[in-house]
Ligand binder design. Structure first.
Ligand SMILES: *Cc1c(COP(=O)(O)O)cnc(C)c1O
Ligand SMILES: [Zn+2]
Length: 433
């Protein structure tokens, strides 16, 4: 169907065939062609100055929806929402470290650290909107397939909302912290003997046949919440856009959300120009980078393999939306090796900032783009750190304790006898006897 002149405030539209569906429609995909859905809002009735004034006014609210770095922007996220399921989330810092600037070869690199969210990743920004929507439509249960962070986040928000949650993760390929969270928050956790792409197929099938509400990143309400990573960053920069925003790219939900946020922000008068997006994949899971190199002539699917489990995805679900984002922002897509990701992570960790492996792909990407001359050393660059350092303690301990020979920056723990002599010797830099 198509809405006439009297459009609602918010509706869903299929990006493949243009079919329009009401805001409350629970289907995960277009009911006509199976395409990806996107949320559309009528142009806000307010002048841009009035919108910005409202955003600022809500900042620092002590409690309730306005205290959230997502719902502060509700007028352009989900204007019709009244009761929201919120921790609150968002309000994450923009950090800067001289040592990371030196490592990446750029001056004043800003790190938007999404690991500061309630469950330790940016997924919370999408999930607060997705689970709010699930409650509004009266979903009897919610479900997702996940490389780990989505399930941790869904488990937490479902518990907050009092809705049963089902999560499907690839057996043996989920970082320890994420699996622990899903179990602890009480989600029914299924370890699938297959990869992430198998999990995704299975959960979509389950949502069709069993009537549970699907909260994978193809859920368009999650995209609306994830837009606020960009909105909040722009606000922290006084609505003066940087030259580049660099982010890790796996299933491409965030790449989709960032492009949508920027294009809308410009259309609605909040900013006057667009930063360029750089989406960074792991070389062993880089189907989007491959398509970009061919001018998006065709879509690729690969068997994914990388230490960065959060972006270990061979067939990204939000491909079509992400292509739009890269085109509209004159963006680039690149792939970096696991060695580059781990070296970037070691630099981020040693600076005291810390992040999970996938997050470091963005910093590795900055270094690569500076070396290639695409990013100029004087450019204003924001790199997004998507997850918290404690998400993947297994990878950390392996890097510092077990890799042989020890990689750059490895910080081996040292076992000693309980004597002051050993402590003194080690303080001087010697080895224990
Ligand atoms: C989900 C996730 C990503 C990948 O984001 P996409 O939207 O799937 O591209 C990157 N890093 C972390 C920590 C994540 O949890
Ligand atoms: Zn369609």
């Amino acid at each position: 169907m198509k809405f006439g002149i009297e459009r609602p405030q918010t509706w869903q539209v299929c990006i493949a065939c243009g079919n329009e569906m009401v805001e409350s429609d629970p289907h995960a995909r277009c009911v006509r062609c199976g395409g990806l859905l996107e949320i559309e809002h009528r142009v806000p009735r307010m002048a841009p100055e009035e919108l910005l004034r409202r955003f600022t006014e809500r900042r620092g609210a002590p409690r309730g929806g306005s205290a959230s770095g997502v719902w502060r922007y509700k007028d352009i996220v989900l204007p019709s929402a009244t009761e929201v399921v919120s921790y609150p989330e968002g309000n994450t810092p923009l950090l800067q470290r001289a040592s990371i600037d030196r490592w990446a070869g750029v001056g004043g690199l800003l790190l938007k650290h999404e690991g500061y969210n309630p469950t330790g990743s940016f997924k919370d920004r999408g999930m607060t909107v997705g689970v709010t929507q699930a409650r509004r439509i009266g979903a009897r249960a919610v479900a997702c397939a996940s490389t780990g962070n989505t399930s941790a986040s869904l488990a937490a928000y479902a518990s907050l909302a009092g809705i049963p949650a089902l999560v499907l993760v690839p057996a043996g390929n989920v970082a320890l912290g994420k699996l622990a969270q899903s179990l602890a928050y009480g989600a029914k956790t299924l370890l699938v003997r297959g990869d992430f792409d198998d999990c995704l197929r299975l959960v979509e099938d389950a949502s069709d046949r069993l009537g549970v509400y699907l909260l994978n990143s193809i859920n368009p309400f999650r995209v609306e919440g994830q837009k606020t990573i960009v909105l909040e960053t722009l606000e922290q920069l006084g609505w003066d856009p940087p030259d580049w925003i660099v982010l890790p790219a796996g299933n491409l939900g965030n790449t989709a959300a960032f492009g949508k946020a920027l294009v809308e922000a410009r259309a609605w008068g909040l900013i006057d120009r667009l930063p360029r997006l750089a989406a960074v994949q792991a070389a062993g899971a880089a189907p989007f980078a491959q398509s970009f190199a061919e001018g998006f002539a065709r879509r690729h699917r690969v068997k994914a393999e990388t230490v960065a489990t959060a972006i270990r995805i061979g067939d990204p679900a939000s491909y079509d939306r992400a292509v739009k984002s890269i085109r509209e922002t004159d963006g680039v897509v690149l792939a970096v090796s696991d060695a580059e990701i781990l070296a970037a992570k070691a630099a981020v960790d040693a600076s005291g900032v810390g992040c999970e492996p996938a997050s470091a792909a963005s910093v590795a990407g900055v270094k690569r783009l500076v070396a290639a001359g695409t990013i100029k050393p004087a450019d204003r660059v924001v790199a997004v750190l998507t997850g918290h350092i404690l998400k993947d303690p297994g990878a950390l301990l392996h890097y510092h304790r077990e890799m042989d020979p020890p990689p750059v920056g490895a910080n081996r723990p040292i076992e000693i006898e309980p004597t002051i002599d050993d402590v003194a010797r080690l303080l001087e830099g010697g080895s224990p006897c």
